[in-house]
Design a protein around this ligand. Structure first.
Ligand code: ATP
Length: 391
């Protein structure tokens, strides 16, 4: 046995080192999946908001330049109006939202906010003005209060928005690579978000360091908010102490649920704590966005089935946050966008139909067929009453 031990041990060591190499290789491949970073132009200026009008002007884009995923898409969302994107899976809806958040630049055409080409402005100023409510919200193993408050920064909503970034970013957070993020996490909330603790103030120096976080956090804060439009907190030091987290949770219709948790806002969520349902997580994202208070809102409606009450709560809270904000929303349940100012049917990277719900129903085209299909599904007892258009 002792004679065997040496070779076996050697084999074990080699196996472990082989395994480690595989893991390292996996990490490396992951790194390569990180999309090319969009850079600020040397003379990039902060975005100046005068209202919140969004214009896509003949925008074409392909993840692979040989294969366009969006082809000459043009539309305009006037300040405070709501535009809904619908259409089959893979049509290009999420790509439109990603381009507006400037994860990628169009290969042709321009995207303008209040008349400024978003390629010409700083990414930090752009991202400060845009709130995101993704389908699937990343939560930290932290208190629910922290998870709501973190939305002021908007970083994790952004990662969820781009799957290739999200894997990498989450791994960094879990492995502690994003050390700045970890520290800011601790200082942002110390468990009781609504009560002053006298410690753990967020300082400008505690900003997370990773590229995406930095991009979304806006180190400069150079640009002044337009009154009644931007309205972010000017001083990061006092925002956690004055009940705004609870107020945001109330507006997002999640306060009552949180109050029932064992330690209310101090209850830990995530892998090591309380699990939240998809609908609850989306309301956390809505509460975060309420705190961020952006003039432009990107919403990606959850496709997962929700019970009627949850769906109603979410719809109410979405209505309340999208009021007076320029809103671009990907809708999977057509009933939620009947009141949208305009609906675009996106198919094969193009606008196949455009108009209000009534106009599109009258036209009797793709949208009307999708509507009828959802009605049929809703009436089928076996089918879910919340089925997605993707199915
Ligand atoms: P869904 O309703 O399923 O979310 P969608 O309408 O939002 O679909 P997009 O996600 O915008 O569609 O995708 C448009 C096209 O771009 C699809 O063909 C998709 O496969 C492709 N695509 C999306 N993301 C990437 C990426 N990171 N790299 C390469 N291709 C991508």
């Amino acid at each position: 046995i002792t004679q065997l031990y040496g070779p076996l041990n050697l084999f074990g060591t080699s196996y472990r080192s082989l395994q480690k190499n595989f893991i390292d290789m996996e990490k490396m491949l992951d790194l390569f999946q990180e999309p090319v970073e969009i850079q600020d132009l040397p003379l990039a200026k902060p975005l100046t908001m005068t209202g919140g009008e969004v214009v896509f002007e003949n925008v074409s884009f392909g993840y692979n330049p040989q294969n366009p995923n969006l082809k000459a898409v043009s539309f305009k969302i006037p300040h405070g109006k709501k535009l809904a994107l619908v259409g089959p899976s893979g049509g290009g809806k999420s790509t439109i939202l990603r381009l507006l958040f400037r994860f990628y630049d169009p290969t042709q055409g321009r995207i303008l906010i209040d008349g400024q080409d978003i390629r010409m402005v700083t990414q930090s100023s752009l991202r400060r003005k845009i709130g995101i409510v993704p389908q699937d919200t990343a939560l930290f193993n932290e208190s629910i209060g922290y998870n709501i408050g973190y939305g002021k920064i908007g970083q994790d909503q952004a990662q969820v928005f781009d799957p290739s970034r999200s894997t990498m970013q989450r791994r960094r957070i879990q492995s502690g690579e994003s050390s700045g993020g970890e520290s800011s996490r601790r200082v942002l909330l110390s468990g009781k978000p609504t009560k002053p603790t006298g410690r753990g103030r967020k300082s400008k120096n505690a900003s997370p360091q990773s590229s995406l976080e930095t991009a979304c956090i806006t180190e400069g804060d150079e640009d002044a908010d337009v009154e009644g439009v931007g309205g972010e907190y000017e001083d990061d030091e006092d925002w956690e102490d004055d009940g705004r987290i609870q107020a945001a949770a109330e507006a997002a219709q999640i306060h009552e649920i949180i109050s029932r948790f064992p330690e209310a806002y101090a209850t830990r969520v995530g892998e090591r704590g309380m699990r939240l349902s998809g609908g609850e997580k989306q309301r956390v994202a809505i509460a975060r966005t309420i705190l961020k208070n952006p003039p432009i809102l990107l919403l990606d409606e959850a496709t997962s089935a929700l019970d009627t009450q949850t769906e109603r709560d979410i719809q109410n809270s979405i209505e309340s946050i999208s009021k007076d904000r320029t809103t671009l929303m990907i809708a999977h349940r057509l009933s939620t966008i009947v009141d949208a100012d305009e609906i675009l049917v996106i198919q094969n990277g193009e606008i196949a139909e455009q108009g209000s719900h009534e106009e599109l129903m009258q036209a009797g085209g793709i949208y009307a067929a999708m509507w009828m299909q959802q009605l049929r599904e809703d009436r089928t007892p076996a089918g879910s009453s919340h089925s997605s258009q993707k199915d």
